[in-house]
Design a protein. Structure first.
Length: 131
């Protein structure tokens, strides 16, 4: 794994090349950020969109203080039955980032990419096509 420094902390990341060029997709997993939890989903996103994917691994990090400074397009996805996150967190993301697209999946837990892969890939593909 490669390492980089962000806000004074060291993070690991994995870079999955795309085939089209264009923007890089960064997948963030707040709080419990372990790349291994994503399994093959990042590679599926790269294949479905043709864009490069970067996966940072954050151990004890929260995104909330950074939300107001985010100016790039954001798609936030969470299962309504997520046992680790709350829908209020998603609402905060939606309120703090202008134009953020928030997708809450019914009947889905903490791993939408595993629980509802087709719906998540369709949302990511549509999001990438719009930006």
């Amino acid at each position: 794994m490669a390492l980089t420094t962000v806000a004074g902390g060291r993070i690991e990341y994995e870079r999955i090349p795309g085939v089209r060029g264009g923007p890089t997709i960064v997948l963030l997993h707040e709080g419990l950020g372990s790349i291994s939890m994503w399994r093959d989903f990042p590679r599926q996103v790269a294949e479905a969109t043709g864009h490069e994917v970067v996966l940072p691994e954050f151990r004890a990090w929260t995104i909330e203080e950074y939300l107001p400074r985010i100016t790039c397009p954001v798609l936030a996805i969470q299962g309504e039955d997520d046992e680790y996150g709350t829908l209020e967190q998603m609402d905060r993301i939606g309120r703090a980032i202008p134009g953020a697209q928030v997708l809450k999946l019914r009947g889905c837990g903490h791993s939408p990419h595993r629980d509802r892969p087709e719906e998540v890939l369709a949302a990511v593909r549509g999001f990438v096509e719009r930006i």
